[in-house]
Design a protein around this ligand. Sequence first.
Ligand SMILES: O=C([O-])CC(=O)C(=O)O
Ligand SMILES: [Mg+2]
Length: 218
Amino acid sequence: MSVFEQQAGDERLTSAMLSDALDECGLRGQVLDARLAPVVPGSRSFGRAATAHFAASEADEPDDPYAAAIDFISGVQRGELVVIATAQSNASAFWGELFSAAAIGAGAVGVVTDGNLRDTPKIAGLGFPAFSRSRRPIDYRRRMAITEVRGAVTIGGVRIANGDLVLADDDGVVVVPRAREAEVLAAARRRAAEESVVLAELLAGETLRAVWDRHRIL
Ligand SMILES: O=C([O-])CC(=O)C(=O)O
Ligand SMILES: [Mg+2]
């Protein structure tokens, strides 16, 4: 699994720009259909998906109840964005301050889930970008369990394969399939550069009509 090397300027890329780039490449179904909220407004995370699936389960492993999550988090690589699918389960939370700290230690860039986070003030304090459908303070032991790691998951109607590029920000979450990422990233980088010019011209007082006619992007 190659680390995604971001280029200078990639910090300008937003979910909206990537969404436009995906549209331009004919990939129109790559934005999650629900906004997963950041713990801290203004958070942004961009990296390769490290996928896992949690589901409601009352099973227990009394000797080592968190082994599956410990193994998954221990295997997370630098630059990866942890993506946890739950089919919107509300059975418990399954990720909090300590898993975030371990993920930071491994070089992960964030976590995205359609389930619940807990310890959210502590996650905010760590500065770890975290996005979720909701929050709930209860632990997952005998309520939820990892059912698959590093397999394809579906969140918000979008399939996310392990290793796909995912960008999450205040607007939502966008998925770039790995097989198309070179093309989509080139389009997004072009768009980011052009949008800077368009913005400057609008702020300088040029009319929207003149700027649109010149650049044909919004
Ligand atoms: O057991 C959990 O839900 C995980 C947790 O609290 C943490 O990561 O700090
Ligand atoms: Mg905790």
